[in-house]
Design a protein around this ligand. Structure first.
Ligand SMILES: [Ca+2]
Length: 344
């Protein structure tokens, strides 16, 4: 009888990986070889592999946390930039609304002067009219240029009284009046205390113009007039009339304060009486008597200085300064705009 017993020879297990010591003892053969029927149990994962998995899990957790943090930072940054852009857009819209309101107020004040009956109710004397519109505060004033000091036509006395009235001392006022007159007269003959081309050259400045003032800003170029004096003078002056005096019924309280020498109470009483007469449609009161000043007139000019200021609920402010004339308007229009300035 044939021996059917077959045996399979496995290679010796000498070179098994490091966990070979977990191999169970051979049940059969006992000579380092496995035979069919031998049972073999796969050993559990070695402890080193288990520790590596935990470290990997920790690293994944750290990476996820970093990603979450990064996303949170990005979301916060996006929200902030959106808030800034929204605020900027809101400010621009508010500013556009305030500007439209100031322009409307300027046009509204001017419209009152185009009708004789309306003109009596709202005299162009620089009084501030105030109202609220859509949560914004609107303040507008309009002055006939006949109530202002004409830089081109005011005489020596009126120029000097105005300079004294805005705070210039006596000696400087004499120099400045002469410099203004030398600036605008056509000759190059220096009057006492004045300044013609020789004085401007000596000072390293250009001038004088030897012609009429075209703008109030030109005052800053006159030799001997500092910036602050020029600014104050400009607030009560005009370059758009040919009237040598001022009309007190159309002069603002600032002009009256600078030119009349009257005390504050007398001025306030006069301005209040003037406003009441306009409301009641009665004749304008006379200016209180003064000592010898003769630069007043009863003229009107038809040229208007307008200031409109708007302040919104959130504090956005817009100021419009304009000068308009009813003389020689362009065809089809009622007024001619001489200047228009928008200030923040
Ligand atoms: Ca001159």
């Amino acid at each position: 009888m044939m021996d059917c017993t077959a045996s399979i020879h496995f290679p010796p297990l000498k070179n098994l990986p490091r966990y070979h010591h977990h191999l169970p003892p051979l049940k059969k053969g006992g000579r380092g070889e496995l035979r069919i029927g031998d049972s073999y149990k796969i050993p559990p994962s070695p402890p080193l592999l288990k520790g590596g998995t935990e470290r990997m899990r920790g690293m994944v957790l750290v990476i996820v946390l970093w990603i979450v943090t990064l996303l949170a930072v990005m979301a916060g940054s996006f929200a902030y930039s959106m808030r800034v852009e929204t605020r900027l857009a809101t400010t621009m819209v508010e500013r556009a609304q305030a500007r439209a309101l100031a322009e409307a107020a300027a046009a509204y004040a001017l419209a009152w002067q185009l009708d004789f009956a309306a003109q009596k109710q709202w005299p162009a004397n620089g009084d501030v009219h105030e109202w609220a519109f859509g949560g914004s505060r609107v303040r507008v004033s309009i002055e006939d240029a006949a109530g202002r000091v004409s830089l081109n036509n005011a005489n020596t006395l009126l120029l000097k009284e105005t300079l004294l009235g805005i705070g210039v001392n006596e000696a400087d006022a004499d120099h400045q009046v002469a410099a203004i007159e030398d600036w605008r007269d056509p000759d190059d003959q220096t009057r006492p205390d004045g300044a013609e081309s020789a004085e401007y050259r000596a000072a390293g400045r250009s001038g004088p113009k030897n012609g009429p003032f075209d703008s109030l800003e030109e005052l800053q170029q006159v030799l001997g007039i500092d910036l602050e004096t020029a600014r104050r003078f400009a607030s009560v002056a005009t370059v758009d009339t040919r009237i040598s005096g001022i009309n007190p019924t159309l002069a603002s309280i600032d002009v009256l304060r600078a030119t009349t020498g009257l005390d504050e109470k007398t001025l306030a009483d006069y301005v209040n009486a003037r406003a009441q007469a306009a409301r009641e449609d009665s004749p304008q009161p006379p200016l209180p008597a003064m000592d010898g000043r003769s630069f007043f007139s009863g003229s009107r000019s038809g040229v208007y200085h307008i200031v409109a200021m708007v302040e919104t609920e959130t504090g956005t402010t817009v100021r419009v300064e304009a000068v308009a004339s009813t003389q020689n308007p362009p065809p089809g229009q009622m007024v001619r705009w001489l200047s228009w300035r928008l200030a923040p």
